[in-house]
Design a protein around this ligand. Structure first.
Ligand code: T3D
Length: 265
């Protein structure tokens, strides 16, 4: 079952990573983490890659940690922390820091770390039938993979607290209404919409988009003064990119811009 825990597909200007353990709703194993880390590193190293799409095979997006790996034959459970340090935390850091947009196409249930991995992506599209579950409290754990940080920032402390403490599933449409995700779309339209978004990003000014990611992420910890300083610095950096020059030229010449992305022109 675990021969290929993820599938990677190369598209024009972007890559698609599919979590591929459908019988277990794509629950994460060590092998999946190792493969995922390699895939993200390879996408980052490839300057032709200007966006990443993450989705799940089968009827689920990801059910978090595979709990089969957390029970020994004797029936005892391990003390946790190591897997967060080795796998989940680096994964969330990497998703946030990739120098291009990361789109999650949540095709079905996203539970536990699977929910928070989706929320760590830049844009979350979900099938209308999908749901989001902070399932940790059901098994005596604490939301991880950045959930306790990102959830209250996305939906406010009252809703974040209730979701984390009750572990109730949140339907995709409510997640959209609460501002937790970008959009809930008809199930049949999910992948078309996700590919459309990535195709758009594959022709976008990627260096500028990477700086936008940084500005928004760093804003959480900044006061207005610090953020204004950061914007000044990032704008200076953006203005040095060939894509900025092309954007202005194309506007003046009344033609569509041709952005070189991560390579410049
Ligand atoms: O190092 C560390 O461990 C710390 C890190 C922790 C991160 C975490 O993510 S902790 C949270 C782990 N995840 C969960 O607790 C979620 C467990 N799954 C569920 O609650 C339910 O499966 C769902 C609500 C996600 C979906 O329910 P449903 O009814 O649609 O499907 P199902 O029948 O429960 O699941 C289908 C199959 O997938 C089933 O296998 P079977 O009976 O057909 O052979 C089920 O056992 C399997 N499955 C689902 N989630 C997991 C899983 N197997 C192993 N681990 C899972 N997490």
């Amino acid at each position: 079952m675990d021969e290929q825990p993820i599938l990677v597909e190369q598209r024009l200007g972007y890559r698609v990573v599919t979590l591929n353990r459908p019988q277990r709703l794509n629950a994460c194993t060590e092998a999946m983490h190792v493969a995922l880390r390699a895939a993200l590193n390879e996408a980052e190293a490839d300057t032709d890659c200007r966006a990443l799409l993450i989705t799940g095979a089968g009827r689920g997006f990801c059910a978090g940690q595979d709990l089969n790996d957390r029970l020994s034959k004797a029936g005892d459970t391990p003390v946790l922390g190591g897997a967060l340090e080795a796998y989940y935390n680096p994964l969330v850091r990497k998703l946030r820091a990739l120098p291009f947009p990361v789109v999650a196409a949540v095709n079905g249930v996203a539970a536990g770390a699977g929910c928070n991995i989706a929320l760590a992506c830049d844009i979350v599209l979900a099938a209308r039938s999908a749901s989001f579950i902070q399932s940790f409290a059901k098994i005596g754990l604490v939301p991880d993979s950045g959930g306790t940080w990102i959830l209250p920032r996305l939906i406010g402390p009252a809703r974040a607290r209730a979701l984390a403490l009750t572990a109730q599933p949140l339907p995709a449409e409510t997640a959209e209404a609460w501002g937790m995700i970008w959009k809930a779309v008809d199930d049949g339209a999910l992948m078309t919409e996700a590919h459309k978004l990535c195709t758009h990003f594959a022709a976008a000014p990627t260096m500028g988009l990477a700086l936008i990611k940084r500005a928004l992420d760093e804003s959480w910890d900044n006061d207005l003064e610090a953020q204004l300083e950061l914007e000044r610095e990032l704008q200076r950096e953006a203005s040095l990119s060939p894509d900025y020059a092309e954007g202005v030229r194309a506007f003046m010449e009344k033609r569509p811009p041709v952005f070189g992305g991560r390579k410049g022109r």
